[in-house]
Design a protein. Structure first.
Length: 295
């Protein structure tokens, strides 16, 4: 089965598939057209644009190739796809600031720390490391963080010794963090409620200088798999809903429990569920764009 990936631009999905034969990622043209045209019917928009490009002898279509990608209804359908170079050429057919911003995002997104870390997260599915991570322990969380961010941050896998805050909220004080983490580690994992309570406490502790959410969501899934034979299909949880629920979880975990419980699946060994989980987990951490969509 081909590896799949979802990138996000202005909160819209851009699907991709890895092709072993060409050793390249191929990106859904319909998704890119939908992002850049803002058309309500991106498939028809692409049909018209494709015919125009064909008549003009455009190089965009030279390497256009069809791959089966997952549609919103859960079925795989053949979709026109382009490689990196083709995507950039296609984007240039859409003049304006948004197209320029898309090209900049697309060209550099895989070279950022998040992009490189995300590639490591994908590799976890087939990695022997996944089966050696301690489940539900602080050491296990450190193993995940060290793997995701090793070589990218000099503090990868290390418990922070400095205080950190987000907005007006201060996470656990560094001087008390070792004791706090020992207490969290001993929390029970026998039921769904207990597991989410433990996850919430890890978030409040925020043991690392950066990369806490991405590490903790993998950590949570491993606990759910071991204890309940379930995992989270993160693609079913809206970003804004998730962030709002996690913010409220400091006082009450009810909302985040409701969101996660509705997204549980027994497909614990499914590649698509794992890969989409990585995509959405990193998407949650992606800063919202505030530059606007002016043409």
């Amino acid at each position: 089965m081909n590896k799949i990936s979802i990138r996000f631009f202005d909160d819209k999905e851009v699907r991709a598939v890895w092709d072993d034969e060409s050793s390249k990622w191929w990106f859904s043209v319909v998704d890119i057209v939908g992002v850049l045209s803002q058309s309500a019917d991106s498939r028809n928009y692409w049909y018209v644009l494709k015919n125009r490009l064909k008549k003009a002898g455009s190089e965009v279509l030279t390497n256009c190739k069809g791959f089966k990608l997952m549609a919103p209804d859960g079925k795989r359908r053949k979709t026109d796809c382009l490689t990196n170079d083709g995507v950039i050429m296609l984007a240039k057919e859409f003049p304006g600031k948004k197209a320029n911003r898309f090209i900049e995002w697309f060209a550099y997104s895989d070279e950022t720390i998040d992009g490189k870390s995300k590639a490591k997260a994908y590799a976890l599915f087939n990695s022997s490391l996944l089966g050696t991570i301690e489940v539900g322990t602080v050491k296990g969380l450190q193993q995940i963080h060290g793997y995701l961010f090793g070589g990218l941050y000099d503090f990868a896998g290390q418990i922070r010794t400095l205080n950190i805050a987000k907005g007006d909220f201060r996470f656990a004080m560094a001087q008390f963090l070792p004791e706090t983490l020992r207490t969290i580690e001993q929390m029970p994992e026998g039921s769904f409620d207990e597991i989410i309570d433990k996850y919430v406490e890890v978030n409040v502790a925020h043991p690392f200088m950066e990369g806490n959410g991405r590490s903790a969501r993998i950590w949570l899934d491993l606990i759910l798999k071991k204890s309940l034979k379930l995992c989270v299909d993160w693609s079913l949880i809206d970003k804004k809903d998730y962030l709002a629920a996690m913010e409220k979880s400091v006082a009450s975990s009810t909302q985040i429990k409701t969101l996660i419980q509705a997204a549980l699946t027994d497909k614990i060994n499914d590649r698509d569920v794992f890969m989409k989980g990585v995509d959405y987990s990193y998407y949650y951490e992606q800063e919202d764009d505030i530059t606007g969509d002016d043409e």
